[in-house]
Design a protein around this ligand. Sequence first.
Ligand SMILES: O=C(O)c1ccccc1NCC(=O)[C@H](O)[C@H](O)COP(=O)(O)O
Length: 264
Amino acid sequence: MSDRNILEEIAEKTRERIAKEKQQLPLEQLKSLAEAAPKRPSFLEALKKPGMSYICEVKKASPSKGLIAPDFPYLEIAKEYKAAGAAAISCLTEPFYFMGSDTHLREITEQVDIPVLRKDFTVDKYMIYQAKAFGASAVLLICAILNDEELREYRELAENLGMDALVEAHDENEVARALKAGAKIVGVNNRDLKTFQVDMNNSIRLRNLAPDNVVFVSESGIRNAGDIAILERNRVGAVLIGETLMRSPDKKAALEELNGGTLV
Ligand SMILES: O=C(O)c1ccccc1NCC(=O)[C@H](O)[C@H](O)COP(=O)(O)O
C-alpha cells in the first residue's frame, strides 16, 4: 500500500460515487423522499437498554478479509439477527470494497423492524438524506475522514431528520473530536485502518474518555464470550460485530454463545 491509507482511498471513491448518484437523483428530489420516509425505531434508545447491546453487521466482504460470505442471503441474515435478539443491524452499503448495496439497506429496513445503521463512508450531506430515504435509523460518521465542522453539521442533520449518528473514533484525539461535535453515540474501532491490526484493548483504553451519558460502542474484532465479558467489565455497553457472526451458520446460536446465554 502507498502512503495513502485505505480509508482515504474509500472516501475518495465514495465522493466519486455520490457525485454520479447526485446526477441521477438531484438533492431537492432526494430531500422530498427523505422527508416522506416513515419514522424508524430509535437506534440510540435501542442501545441504551440494560445489558450488552449487540449491533449485528450484514457484510459480504471487506478490504481486510476479502470475501467473507460468498452466499449472502442478506435479508434472511437480518431476520435471523432480529430473532436472535440483536438491538440493531449494521448494513454495509459501500459497493466497491464491501460489496454492499443501498438495495440491501432498503429491503432490510422494509422487512425487519429493529433499527438499522447505514454503514457507509459518509462524505457528503447527500448520503444522510439517502440514509433517511432508505429507512435507516442511523448513519456512521468517521472522525478520520471528516473535519470538525462536518462532524457537527452531519450529526445535526441526521438528528434533525430523526436519525442518530454513530461517531467513530480510533484514538484519544478522535474521541475528543467526536464529543466536541456533540456525539451521543461514540464508537471506537479496534481495527487500525492503516495496518488492519485489531486490538480490543483500544476501546477499553479509550472507554473512560466518554462520559456516562454517551453510549459507548466497541467495534471490530470481537470473537467470543471472553471478549464480551472483558468489555462488560470495562463498562462497554454496546458492541458492533461483523465477521464473527457472518461466518457463523447459526446466528442465534452464535449470539447466545457470545452473550453467555439467550438474548430474547
Ligand atoms: O474491515 C475492514 O477491512 C475495513 C477496512 C477499512 C475501513 C473499514 C473496515 N471495516 C469496517 C468496520 O468497521 C467493520 O466492518 C465492523 O467494525 C465490524 O468488524 P468485524 O467484527 O471485525 O467484522
